[in-house]
Design a protein around this ligand. Structure first.
Ligand code: AMP
Length: 314
């Protein structure tokens, strides 16, 4: 099942307390496409400048990633610079240069209209809306965003949120958007927009799935001894989530079974954990399904507990 994604493709400069890299491949759509293409074909919609390194295009062409919707424009590729704190769940954006994203309008090639799943990765809400409107037949739509758009494009972002099935937000973003200190109260408010599910990303602590039908599921994270760079972990999460769903058949009513949605959240956590093990897409690039399966088994072991209250109750 092909997955359509629109989002940023960027050159990132990242500083952690231990290291610094300059102008490496970044951008929400880059992390997502690299991760999701482990599961299914990906149709990428984005723009890069004439300075974008050929080697990244060659790498994506070596994967089932369709680049027909990737525009290459005269000018500079989007650039982002971020610095992480010692607690790598927290970071500051030092610089954002939109480059060719200013004035960009996505164009969907005819072949992309066959996509079954849509990921509106982090980018201007206006561009997310354009792609949403151009791809009316997809089975499931998932939206990601960030603080910048909550602060500067609240109304437009809200319009997109009203039209998608699943919203991904970090805990801080839920608080920023809803102005609720309590995540549960914030999520309840978000669900009134008509979303079917809200997934709250908790950085190194896992993720929570909330459904408009009352569903609640808490997925643990895979414990990492060393986090090299968390950039793109959220997009890799989305790649694992939608990647897994692209491999399962929905029920007769077109909806996904709750157990599959839960597995998808676990895949999201796992792929997010791999993304943190190196800079840029380096770890996602070398990742195999065997690596994912082995981490999946460990996570089941780490988080499973007996439903019997005590051993006598068995
Ligand atoms: P994440 O760590 O999952 O939040 O994703 C980080 C990625 O988002 C980086 O690779 C950045 O290039 C990209 N990014 C940062 N700021 C923006 C922005 N304003 N619009 C789109 N993408 C961005």
């Amino acid at each position: 099942m092909p997955i359509l994604v629109v989002g940023s493709v960027a050159l990132d400069t990242v500083e952690t307390p231990f290291n610094r890299v300059e102008e490496v491949l970044g951008g929400a759509a880059s992390f997502f496409a690299t991760a999701a293409s482990l599961y299914s074909p990906v149709n990428l919609v984005a723009v890069v400048g004439s300075d974008f390194p050929q080697e990244f295009l060659d790498f994506w062409r070596s994967r089932p990633i369709n680049l027909d919707g990737l525009q290459i424009r005269e000018g500079r590729t989007f650039r982002w610079t971020g610095r992480y704190h010692l607690d790598m769940n927290a970071r500051d954006t030092l610089d954002t240069q939109l480059g060719v994203y200013a004035g960009f309008h996505p164009v969907l090639p005819a072949s992309y209209l066959e996509s079954d799943l849509l990921f509106l990765a982090n980018i201007q809400p206006e561009l997310q809306m354009e792609v949403l409107q151009a791809a009316p037949r997809v089975r499931l739509t998932v939206l990601d965003t960030m603080e910048l758009w909550i602060m500067t494009e609240y109304d437009r972002l809200t319009e997109v949120m009203k039209r998608v099935d699943v919203l991904l937000m970090s805990e801080e973003e839920v608080r920023q958007y809803t102005e609720q200190a309590s995540i549960l109260k914030g999520v309840r408010e978000l669900l009134t927009l008509g979303l079917r599910y809200v997934i709250v990303k908790q950085g190194s602590y896992g993720a929570l799935l909330f459904g408009a039908d009352g569903t609640y599921f808490s997925a643990p994270t895979y414990p990492l001894e060393e986090v090299v760079d968390p950039t793109g972990a959220g997009d890799a999460f989305a790649g694992g989530f939608l990647g897994y769903l692209s491999t399962v058949a929905p029920r007769a009513d077109g909806r996904y079974a709750l157990d599959d949605l839960k597995r998808a959240v676990v895949h999201g956590n796992l792929i997010g954990s791999f993304a943190c093990e190196d800079f840029s897409i380096a770890r996602l690039r070398s990742l195999t399904m065997d690596d994912i399966m082995s981490r999946y088994r460990s996570l089941v072991e780490y988080s499973h507990f007996d439903p019997a209250w005590n051993s006598q109750a068995k």
